[in-house]
Design a protein around this ligand. Structure first.
Ligand SMILES: *[C@@H]1O[C@H](CO)[C@@H](O)[C@H](O)[C@H]1NC(C)=O
Length: 368
């Protein structure tokens, strides 16, 4: 075995710096006029969009039987001060046990203060959660003593749509100040991900603003058949470990129209992920789109079939990155980056096989 046991099998690594001009950048970054026609054939060719959409077509057929669940009728105040966690939990129980499809509504012009909350499945029917207003995280760190790794967690849910155009505010300032990355005297401790989907299948997450996450903004872990679209993600450039979209051990995910400005990776794709397609991504500030890190703690990691088609980077530290730790093993294969536009990017393409993200220096490992 070699020092670098991670073997990067980049079968196809296509990079074309597009000449598309950025002078008419809109909020969601649709300024490349060439996208749609390319995109269609790209998606058709891979059939992912169709595969995922297929699951949701059934919803329309039963539309007239939809059960409306409004969190305010469970006592949620939405005044920004009252802890509404209990009301949300009760509303979810009702939603999850419904035999007919559910429209779970979070009203507009309200600000619901929430401690960490676990939306646990399996549920009996389709659930569409429409967040029109704002969900705001409690910034009392001891509220997370029961689970310091998640704020809002959806687990084991199938046929779920989360959208509505509202805002998810992680209120992360207190976590950033207490991060070991910011204050080297503090121990490194778990910090919540704002929005986590764990073991979800047939999932759509669309039209949401997610800001000031405690750590990662949105994480898809061990999910299948996911469509994530029209997401606006925003945290300060100096906020620590605030990845925009994190994809771990997830198969068949289409990320489209995401505008991400943050303190860490705009998108990170880690071990066990397959068929990850990202289109129309705007990134900056941030650390770019990363495959990895892979292979930490001598682990075996595999990622394959990653397509990034149409991404713009503005003032990011990195553009396209693959990062692996010494001592790990595995592969990163069939990775394509196409139609990439960069401005003011420090490391446009970086393959780092000596990645080290810890306080103690990583010692060089010897050939065995
Ligand atoms: C923070 O939460 C803990 C336990 O959840 C509680 O005892 C404490 O009073 C809270 N602190 C503030 C400032 O609200």
């Amino acid at each position: 075995m070699s020092i670098q046991k991670i073997i990067l099998l980049i079968i196809l690594f296509v990079l074309s710096i597009s000449t598309c001009r950025s002078n008419n950048l809109e909020e969601f970054g649709h300024d490349c006029q060439a996208y749609p026609s390319y995109l269609e054939s790209f998606i058709e060719g891979n059939n992912i969009q169709n595969e995922i959409s297929h699951y949701f077509n059934n919803i329309k057929m039963v539309e007239n039987k939809v059960k409306l669940i409004d969190v305010s009728s469970f006592g949620a105040k939405g005044d920004g001060n009252t802890d509404d966690t209990r009301a949300f939990k009760q509303a979810w129980q009702d939603a999850c046990s419904s035999n007919t499809p559910v429209n779970f509504v979070v009203q507009q012009n309200k600000n619901y203060l929430l401690k960490n909350i676990h939306f646990l499945g399996p549920c009996k029917s389709f659930i569409s959660m429409q967040i029109f207003g704002t969900l705001e995280a409690s910034d009392n760190m001891s509220d997370y003593n029961n689970d310091r790794r998640h704020w809002i967690l959806f687990e084991n849910v199938e046929n779920l749509v989360v959208g509505g155009g509202g805002t998810i505010n992680g209120n992360g300032n207190i976590w950033w100040q207490n991060s070991c990355k910011i204050n080297k005297n503090l121990p490194c401790k778990d910090t919540p991900t704002a929005l986590t989907f764990y073991n979800c299948n047939k999932l759509k997450v669309k039209n949401l603003k997610i800001k000031n996450a405690q750590q990662i903004h949105v994480s898809f872990e061990t999910c299948t058949n996911v469509e994530a679209s029209n997401l606006m993600i925003n945290s300060p450039e100096n906020s620590p470990n605030t990845d925009g979209i994190h994809v771990a051990n997830t198969h068949n995910i289409q990320i489209s129209s995401a505008t991400i400005g943050t303190g860490d990776d705009c998108i990170s794709i880690t071990s066990g992920s397959q068929k990850v397609h990202a289109t129309d991504i705007t990134c900056g500030p941030g650390h770019g789109i990363s495959i990895g890190s892979l292979g930490s703690g001598n682990s075996e990691a595999h990622v394959s079939d990653i397509n990034v088609y149409g991404a713009k980077f503005y003032g990011t530290t990195n553009g396209l990155r693959i990062k692996t730790w010494q001592g790990g093993s595995g592969s990163a294969s069939n990775i394509k980056f196409q139609h990439i536009d960069m401005e003011g990017v420090e490391n446009p393409i970086i393959i780092d096989q000596n990645y080290c993200d810890q306080n103690d220096p990583c010692k060089d490992q010897q050939l065995k």
